[in-house]
Design a protein around this ligand. Structure first.
Ligand code: ATP
Ligand code: MG
Length: 414
């Protein structure tokens, strides 16, 4: 894509009404637009990042048997009354509205009821199980606090998968697979080193749930990590009993602030019972389906990557989620040569943002490039051409080298 076609522009100044690093950088670089506190529009560059993250999550969900669908955002009161979650006394973050005919409706703040209500129409026998539907969806929560940029939106985007199993044994098999798929997601988006699977509070059907927590000063949660054992525990379950059960000595753990980038939870019969989501076993008895839930905040994950990996010059995207692989900068009077290089990179299937702007100083182009955070920077200038090629530098390195177009393409497509 040509930068002259990209309508967004960068800004030198931090927005005065944002305290979080992710919102400041993403707004300055033109990835997102703030509509109001906790509500952001995703601009073209941001959308490309989101699509990359979605692609990775989708691959990992499909790999463990997930089947993608789409539940509606508008939800009916009757469905949520089945689990007593319609009442504002029980759920304090609903966005509700009324239809012209007076019917009350709500905007999804989560998905368990919607899925249970749908799946019960299709499950009647043990042969119908297990099944793992999931969706990507805009979720609405009237959050009290919204100072964490896109990490805590009043409107945000997530992936939610629900497992429907015949019994606990079948459920547990999938639950273990989900742990692996989740770890893969965080590794693939570049957060593998800083993300821990933590023991968090459970429910009636399991002692623990598991959260995926990325260590960051911007985090709203506290976790306790035993590095040697590779175990982490959420503050809410950090008791002497739990420590004893997990074989951890309190003196060996370190406390860290962390961002909850996902969680997995055994729901058991909590939703299947009120929805009468049951099936007939091979022996002919009618029993409830055993459920689990698996969430990942897509926009929160995008914000977390910015929080954890950016530096003093701007954003640093891992290649897997970057909006483009290469940022091609044409400096001075090199439009013709740069056009040719742009075409050659595209012809080799490389995603390029081409800074083809005329009359913008080299300094301004370099600063923009650092702010945007595209992993590979390629500069075409009179100087580089005189030296026989292009100036190549990775976003995270300080050293630039002169390379030929051929060797650059070879390196980038290797
Ligand atoms: P938190 O404890 O941070 O409020 P939660 O436990 O309520 O989150 P879930 O309802 O389990 O979150 O949602 C699943 C995932 O969605 C979370 O792990 C998180 O990554 C993401 N998420 C939750 N709330 C928000 C939000 N307001 N904005 C962006 N992402 C969110
Ligand atoms: Mg939580």
């Amino acid at each position: 894509m040509r930068q002259t076609q990209l309508f967004t522009k960068t800004s030198k100044d931090n927005p005065s009404d944002e305290v979080s690093k992710n919102a400041q950088l993403l707004i300055r670089a033109g990835y997102i637009h703030k509509e109001m506190a906790g509500v952001y529009s995703i601009l073209p560059l941001g959308y490309r990042v989101m699509e990359k993250i979605i692609g990775i999550v989708k691959q990992e969900m499909d790999a463990i048997g997930g089947i993608q669908m789409k539940t509606s955002a508008i939800q009916s009161k009757e469905v949520w009354e089945k689990t007593n979650r319609w009442s504002d006394d029980v759920v304090d973050n609903w966005f509700k509205t009324t239809l012209k005919n007076g019917t009350e409706v709500g905007l999804s703040f989560t998905n368990e009821e919607a899925y249970s209500n749908i799946v019960k129409n299709f499950v009647s026998s043990y042969k119908d199980l297990p099944l793992y539907p999931y969706d990507f969806k805009t979720i609405f929560r009237n959050e009290t606090r919204s100072k964490s940029g896109i990490m805590r939106g009043r409107e945000f985007y997530w992936k939610a998968l629900y497992s429907f199993s015949a019994d606990q044994e079948q459920h547990d098999l999938f639950y273990e697979k989900a742990k692996v798929a989740y770890s893969n997601v965080y590794k693939r988006v570049g957060l593998g080193d800083s993300t821990y699977m933590t023991f968090a509070s459970g429910g009636t059907f399991s002692k623990y749930s598991h959260e995926f927590q990325t260590v960051s000063e911007a985090g709203e949660d506290l976790i306790y990590i035993d590095e040697a054992k590779g175990i982490a525990i959420n503050k809410e379950v950090f008791t002497d009993d739990v420590l004893a059960e997990l074989g951890i000595d309190k003196s060996t753990v370190i406390e860290k602030k962390a961002i909850e980038v996902g969680n997995i939870f055994s729901l058991g019969f909590k939703f299947s019972e009120p929805f009468e989501l049951t099936y007939k076993t091979a022996e002919g008895t009618e029993v409830p389906v055993f459920m689990g839930s698996y969430g990942i905040g897509i926009t929160r994950l995008m914000g977390t990557i910015v929080e954890v990996l950016s530096d003093e010059k701007g954003i640093v995207w891992p290649e897997t989620v970057a909006p483009f692989k290469v940022h091609l900068l044409s400096l001075g009077d090199t439009a013709e040569q740069a056009e040719s290089i742009y075409s050659q990179l595209l012809a080799n299937g490389i995603e390029v943002l081409f800074d083809d702007r005329q009359g913008v100083s080299a300094g301004a182009k370099f600063a923009d490039s650092d702010l945007l955070g595209i992993p590979h920077r390629v500069v075409v200038s009179d100087r580089s051409l005189a030296q026989g090629g292009l100036e190549y530098k990775q976003r995270t390195s300080t050293e630039a080298t002169i390379v030929s177009v051929e060797s650059l393409i070879q390196q980038l497509t290797a």
